[in-house]
Design a protein around this ligand. Structure first.
Ligand code: ZN
Length: 139
């Protein structure tokens, strides 16, 4: 069953978090709407307003099956809708990473700078510890 797309915040729609092409809204339960909303409201939307450039979600919500296929961590917050990976064409990921650390730290559960994307997870009831790291292969 398809559910209707909704605007989560000014620049982010629910459908943007279903990027695998496989996960259709048929797997989507309204349980994930709230986590994705907080992810946008507290982190992605403020980042978007800072960069003034489109943020592209490269991996958003994942089913267990999809997560397994791409060797995602079994406890991945992508499974609950609290995490997303993104890029921002025209803006350095390193700069975005630094900006998030300075201004949005209190809303972060996970923030990882990878070579070609940033993984970000919003504060949530599942994982309490904060993890912030630069995991690029060359720093
Ligand atoms: Zn991720």
């Amino acid at each position: 069953m398809r559910i209707k797309d909704i605007q989560l915040t000014e620049n982010f729609k629910l459908s943007e978090f279903f990027v695998s092409g496989k996960t259709d809204f048929e797997f989507f339960s309204a349980d994930y709407e709230t986590p994705l909303f907080y992810l946008c409201k507290l982190l992605l939307q403020p980042i978007r307003e800072h960069t003034k450039l489109p943020i592209t979600i490269t991996s958003g919500f994942r089913t267990y099956e999809e997560n397994k296929k791409i060797n995602g961590k079994p406890q991945s917050l992508h499974l609950s809708g609290y995490a997303a990976d993104f890029i921002c064409a025209g803006y350095s990921l390193e700069s975005i990473f630094s900006i998030i650390k300075i201004y949005l730290k209190k809303y972060i559960c996970e923030l990882i700078l990878h070579d070609d994307y940033i993984h970000i997870a919003v504060i949530n009831p599942i994982k309490k510890e904060q993890y912030i790291a630069d995991e690029r292969s060359q720093k």
